[in-house]
Design a protein around this ligand. Structure first.
Ligand code: ADP
Ligand code: MG
Length: 216
């Protein structure tokens, strides 16, 4: 199977406490999976390991069949992975919504007009065009989540790693996100407690339990 991500025998300790004992997992090309598990079992930490914000004590992580060990390795895949953290409050780099969404496009080399047009398109798609010129830190948690998701999706990454994407969203926004995610032909890992959201997105559900990741 062509994979976008492989975890091989991951052992990870946090403050001497083993959080993951031996996790082996493959994410197929364009495969969508959900991860569930009790509070504090390590779901957010597992996504942080995948994006390189934490390092395993043992085992290997492969992105697109290449071993990633350090910052330099991850740098190569910066535009390929879209990571939505559970807490988005430290996600933003700019003051206003439109500036934040345009930022990564400008870094990638798009000119101002191109970046603006693309950013407006994604704001329309997520139904938050009215937030264009708002100061991000003055937005509600749910609104911030939608802005962060816009910043991620505008870059069209190959893999999406979404940590509790529906947290703090109203029902209408939830439906919108579900439709968008269903329309995208990408590899995705969704960490969520929201059962109906998950089952409407994928049949492949893993549970993080007793330091292992098990398909249920
Ligand atoms: N910054 C941190 N410092 C110390 N312990 C942490 C930190 N973040 C998370 N933990 C601990 O690591 C464990 C896993 O946390 P987390 O991955 O956030 O779980 P989940 O997302 O499944 O609720 C928990 O026991 C949590 O208390
Ligand atoms: Mg979490």
């Amino acid at each position: 199977m062509s994979c976008t991500l492989n975890l091989k025998n991951i052992l990870y300790k946090k403050d001497d406490k083993v959080l993951f004992e031996d996790i082996t997992f493959d994410l197929g090309h364009k495969e969508k999976i959900a991860i569930v598990g009790a509070n504090g079992c390590g779901k957010s930490t597992l996504l942080k390991l995948i994006v390189g914000l934490e390092r395993p004590n043992k085992g290997e992580i492969y992105l697109f069949h290449n071993l990633v060990k350090d910052k330099n390795d991850y740098e190569k895949y910066r535009n390929d992975i879209g990571y939505l953290p559970q807490d988005v409050s430290s996600f933003f780099l700019s003051i206003t919504v439109i500036e934040d969404i345009m930022f990564s496009l400008r870094v990638k080399g798009l000119n101002k007009d191109e970046a603006y047009t693309k950013s407006i398109e994604i704001l329309k798609k997520l139904d938050i065009l009215h937030l264009e010129n708002r100061v991000i830190f003055e937005l509600s948690g749910g609104e911030q989540k939608l802005v962060a998701l816009s910043s991620i999706l505008v870059n069209d990454p190959t893999i999406l790693l979404l940590d509790e994407p529906t947290n703090a969203l109203d029902e209408e926004s939830e439906k919108k996100i579900l439709n968008i995610l269903n329309s995208l032909n990408k590899s995705m890992i969704i960490v969520s407690h929201h059962k109906t959201f998950i089952v409407n997105l994928t049949n492949t559900i893993y549970k993080l339990d007793n330091k292992l990741l098990i398909k249920i």
